[in-house]
Design a binder for this molecule. Sequence first.
Ligand code: SF4
Length: 848
Amino acid sequence: MKIMSEPSYLALYRSGELQKRAARVTAMLECCRVCPRDCRVDRTRGKRGYCRTGRYASVASIGPHFGEEAPLVGFGGSGTIFFSSCNLLCTFCQNYEISHFNEGAEVQPHELVDMMLRLERAGCHNINLVTPSHVVPQILEALPLAVEGGLRLPLVYNTGGYDCVETLKLLRGVVDIYMPDFKFWDPGAAKVFCNAPDYPDRARAAIREMHSQVGDLVTDSRGVAVKGILVRHLVMPEDTCGTAEIMSFLASEISPDTSVNIMDQYYPCYRACEDRRISRRITRGEYARALSRLRMPGSRRSVRHKCGTGVFVRTSASGVLGRKNLTGRTPSLSWTPTAEKGMLGYTMIAIVHSACPWGTDALGVVVEVDVHAGLPGFSIVGLPDNVVKESRERIRSAIINSGLEFPPRRITVNLAPADRKKEGGVFDLPICIAVLCALGIVPQERISGLMFIGELGLDGGVRPVRGAISAAFLAGKQEFRGVVCPETNAGEAALSGVKVWPVRDIKEIVQYLRTSLPDPYTALPPLKEPGEEALPDLADITGQDLSKRALEIAAAGGHNILFLGPPGAGKSMLAKRMPSILPPLSREEFLECTRIYSAAGRLGKGPLSTSRPFRSPHHTISDAGLIGGGSIPAPGEITLSHNGVLFLDELPEFRRSALESLRQPLEEGSVTISRANGVLSFPARFQLIGAMNPCPCGFLGHPSRECRCTPTQLSRYRTRVSGPLLDRIDLHVWVDPVDASQVLSRKSASASSSIRLRVEKARAVQEERGCLNAHIPEQKIEKICRIDAQAGKLLVQAMKTWSLSMRGFKRVMKVARSIADLDGSPDVRSDHLAEALQYRPELAKTLS
Ligand code: SF4
């Protein structure tokens, strides 16, 4: 048969016939006999008949629908316009909110035109007019305007089957695809459930007329329907629908090649429970018996699973004709119990891989979805937190609002491993894909080897999640094909080197999975180089040469530093300029920091920074905020400072317990947090900068102000920072207030950029040795921090004079090594050691 290249109504439009029919439709409404209800009311004057629809049509929803029959859905979806109300009003209506309760809004003809054109622009294959029997005049009225607007899609007349032949004759040459229901064969049943005892007669006559207009279903080379009739039959409990008689009628009086969709999704809705016969779902046996009617001698019918989009099978008496479906799968070739399994909904299991943040790494999670018959429900197991549990509502709304079908089934989701707590919205997308896969809308083989992450909005949009880069690294490690992630996360995920497919909404990913994935995303996220950031410069600070020198030494060797001094001396200003003299992050450090910030949800939308992190938490911070914590531990400030600087201003004001918890990470460069859900280790290799006043009033040791603190106050203040913590700080620097003469001096200070060059040079030497001086292992101190004889004498003297502990001794050696590196000296000389010693007076001694 010749495949049509344009819808039939265009020829009618060119002949002027379409416009003539449109001009006559208002008269049809003046004494309405549009449908078999024959109400004869004047709808143009606001009178309403059985369908409760007046002069203009009402529309409940529009959108691309991917849950319709595969030949209608194709690749771009069926462009559905769902009209409100109905002329049948079945007691068991599956869409009773729209039909009985008239959900929707009245639309003028130009608005209806606009809807059709929007669906065409959205890439749909057809305009699917759902429940159109009572609004045929309004459709005809709008169609010429739509043609003038550019509409070129075939019309699908998706009706309940209760249509007047006279009205259908007006649609000859207008509608290309008819999709009528044939609900009941028995007039008694039609009377009880639809208040339409003439329904069987009307449906038979209507289907004859439709078939005479368009013939059997024809698809193009892609398998997309272009013309013909496709009959739907909903199997009802206790065969109240009369399946055998209907199939026999279609085979003998319409065509042995009639395409039929035998639907199994009956579910007692609205007032169905008032009648015992239809107050339950159908059984396997009932559906199997309905299917067996398809094999009646002489019948050759096309059948499609309602829940198995893409499986499109043609059976015939002489054998079975297999046909490739739209997704490229070879369909089942006969109605075996296995083939029926999906339709009957015994058990359909889909598996999708995902991952969630686990510390700064990712935990691989397998999402298993089981969809089967039974009381409708949606449960999630596998230790989900409340956010994960709430994903049920997001997924349901997102699927429906994406124009996909969400049939009433019993859905069970398992998140494995089941003994690890799962939190966050990251599982929305994988669960949604698994549900769609189990329902047959997405083929399982297309999702294998992919990892899915993403949170869903109610409109089907995919929102960013935490830890996308770690998930992508995990996907690469486990040799996945790639990661499907929210568009916003694509850049960070691409840093891992695995293939990334960003998605904006469910419709987009469903389309990809039903056809083919596009080229993977390759663009890396924009980076902010250190020079591009306006960091505060050390040149802004007048005087304070000793403090600046100490800052340079600390930057060169990665040492911790403590600034002591009265209020206003410039301690905070000095600390905040540390990032400006530190070298930029290496690639490994940058990836580490990006993973940490991604896991903490702090990446932000702008370019990623290659400068070293600088964190300055307030002194009221909790222990968990500083170290990390939560039921599933999240990174704290020390981890956010990894590879950078942690500045604690007003050090004694921090909680003692919080400060003490710094001791382990300062030594080991990591922190280990144990919770009931597991033990997590976070990186925490940071430089600590502390700032504090010498006493509660701040003026102890001030050159011109008098300290008014009592000895008791002083003693209490000193004990707030423990000796072991102070001992882990390599450089103690007294910051005097700047002298007035220095403020007015025009002597220019060194800029941060020149200091950074010296720091980078010193660090390069240390990198060759294997690590920064602050992290030299104990057993290597003697070898790396080699001192000459004069320096050795000086060190012995200092140890005696100041009673240096062994830890203090080692720290002095490391600081001296950094000074020597800045000096470009292979050995630590006495002048290097002497300078290092001047940063070593313990706090207590300074105060005394
Ligand atoms: S279209 Fe509505 S008003 Fe007209 S006959 Fe049918 S039910 Fe009655």
